[in-house]
Design a protein around this ligand. Structure first.
Ligand code: CA
Ligand code: CA
Length: 239
């Protein structure tokens, strides 16, 4: 069984960044919190849940400057009781100094005194409560990865029984995008099945901890393969 790989192939849509089992995207257009949430729901998602230190770090990297960005935390239903729209429940918070104070210091007087939605701000992405309707910011959506149906791949061996690989000279014609560095064969597998027309992939060890992944379109002939060179392993996808 060592020659086979399988995966359920959970993937993020193009432009969404994977983190844990979810996908994230920053929208640059400025909407109020309520409208932002509607946009995220349109993608079968919700506004980002930042309920761990690791996610806080990830989100602050996405926001990387002094930008103001909505996240999914709010106390709309019950003043002072903060909840994530995703329904996730954790104690982690990263409020900035004096926040939350149910006060939107940015708005004109008539809207200042109601702040039920959280956004992240500054280079540490500290949280502040702001007015859900009258504040307009960028926003981050999250959604579950898409589970593709179970896929299997089989490794190709040469006549002498050692792992076979594509000849270097054949690579250019079959490759679907430039080589990508991955951590494992399964990562390369997932990349392949997330790309239309990918039917084969090969991994080569480039350094101690990294593999180079080539995602390929099959031309139907297997004559191009030769016995492996330099820890190269080739797999074909079986539906
Ligand atoms: Ca409030
Ligand atoms: Ca505030």
């Amino acid at each position: 069984m060592g020659s086979e790989l399988w995966t359920r192939g959970a993937v993020c849509p193009d432009l969404w960044q994977p983190f844990g089992r979810k996908c994230y995207i920053l929208f640059e257009n400025r909407l109020n919190w309520v409208e932002s949430l509607e946009v995220c729901k349109g993608y079968q998602g919700s506004l980002a849940t930042v309920n761990t230190e690791e996610k806080q770090e990830f989100i602050s990297e996405i926001c990387n400057e002094h930008f103001e960005t909505w996240i999914g935390f709010n106390d709309i239903d019950d003043e002072g009781v903060w909840k994530w729209v995703s329904g996730e429940d954790d104690d982690f918070t990263m409020w900035g100094n004096v926040e939350p104070n149910d006060y939107d210091g940015i708005l004109s007087d008539e809207h200042k005194n109601s702040a039920d939605c959280a956004m992240v701000t500054g280079n540490q992405a500290l949280w502040a409560d702001r007015n859900c309707v009258h504040g307009f910011y960028r926003f981050i959506c999250e959604k579950e990865m898409t589970e593709k149906h179970m896929r299997t791949s089989k490794q190709i061996y040469g006549r002498n029984g050692s792992p076979a690989c594509l000849k270097e000279s054949e690579l250019a014609d079959m490759t679907l995008r430039s080589s990508t560095t991955v951590r494992s064969r399964v990562d390369c597998f997932r990349l392949c099945i997330s790309i239309e027309h990918c039917t084969e992939f090969q991994v080569r060890s480039t350094s101690e901890n990294a593999l180079t992944c080539d995602v390929l379109r099959s031309e139907g002939e297997h004559a191009q393969y030769e016995s492996g060179h330099d820890g190269c392993h080739m797999f074909i996808i079986i539906d």
